[in-house]
Design a protein around this ligand. Structure first.
Ligand code: 8YV
Length: 310
């Protein structure tokens, strides 16, 4: 049987399918050292990984028989596609099946932040309601929405926000056909919106582009929502802007150094924090697992792979 290295959990139904079809070696990146590689590297022909983990370049080059990488996620920023191509390694991701969930979470985070849902929940649970009401929150309907990255997920986010507002703008590499207003860069976009939603893919060109200038343009009543990748936002500058009151708030599902989240962010009242759960529903994780395995199975059956990026 073909040997697959599995770097992260996948949905139980997909796990059963993976286990039935392959010899699976499960390992975390932390345990893979020289001794581990000496024992296992020679047999591994495929890697199953998450979008947040990818496959480090050093690991890819340490697997001489590697032929295919199945990412259980849409993001491929943690896989060096040029290196994969140069080694003849095919790489597949799971686009489309998670778009709705990520867009839904963007709405949920925005509502949680503006309407202070976590604070309301904590107030009731702590038995504080009889003693007094919670502070007034902020309205979402009518706010100006800016979307950084109008790809599949950005468009799904825009569609959902169109139920709340008529003012939706975006920044992307070029203007696109459609009803939304284009701004050529994130600072111009931030100056024209109240809620900036980060939806772009992470790459060298988007690294830390949502930084101090963007936060200043958003201002004390503006907020940032990130459902893309932590690397796109300058987290240190974000903390400074939030602490100084220069930026009104942030709702974040992703962070620079996951799963570590800075203490200063965790201590702030004007942030909502979730642990990278944008695609984490039963329905979507099942669909992602199925699609990821459809790609791996297709590769080893010599058939066209459904969703490749390299
Ligand atoms: C998950 C993601 O972190 O799709 C992505 O790129 O980051 C997420 O869906 C992950 O890939 C789940 O394994």
């Amino acid at each position: 049987m073909t040997t697959i290295l599995q770097l992260c959990p996948i949905y139980p139904a997909a796990q059963a399918r993976l286990d039935a079809g392959y010899d699976v070696i499960a390992a975390t990146l932390e345990v893979i050292d020289a001794a581990w590689l000496a024992e296992h590297a020679a047999t591994i022909e495929g890697v199953v990984t998450g979008g947040h983990l990818g496959v480090p370049a050093a690991l890819m080059t340490a697997l001489p028989q590697l032929k295919v990488i199945g990412i259980n996620g849409v993001g491929y920023d943690k896989v060096d596609l040029d290196l994969a191509r140069s080694r003849g390694v095919r790489v597949a991701n799971t686009p489309d099946v998670l778009t709705d969930d990520v867009a839904d979470l963007a709405i949920g985070l925005t509502l949680s932040l503006l309407r202070q849902l976590p604070q309301g929940d904590a107030h009731v649970r702590a038995g504080k309601w009889p003693a007094g009401e919670v502070a007034l929150a902020r309205k979402l309907t009518g706010k100006r929405i800016g979307i950084f990255g109008l790809g599949r997920i950005g468009r799904a986010v825009a569609k959902r926000f169109s139920g709340f507002t008529d003012v939706i703008a975006y920044t992307d590499v070029a203007p696109q056909d459609g009803p939304y207003t284009y701004y050529p860069n994130p600072v111009a976009l931030a100056a024209a919106c109240d809620v900036l939603v980060v939806c772009a893919a992470s790459s060298a060109s988007t690294r830390k582009v949502i930084g101090a200038e963007v936060f200043a343009a958003l201002g004390p009543n503006g907020v940032v929502v990130n459902v893309a990748r932590g690397a796109i936002v300058d987290e240190a500058a974000l903390i400074v802007a939030l602490q100084s009151g220069g930026l009104g708030g942030a709702a974040l599902d992703v962070f620079e150094d996951e799963p570590r989240v800075p203490d200063s962010l965790r201590a702030m009242a004007n942030v909502v924090l979730t642990p990278h759960i944008a695609s984490a529903t039963h329905e979507t994780r099942q669909a992602m697992g199925d699609l990821m395995l459809d790609n791996i199975d297709a590769y080893f059956a010599g058939k066209p792979m459904p969703t490749t990026v390299a």
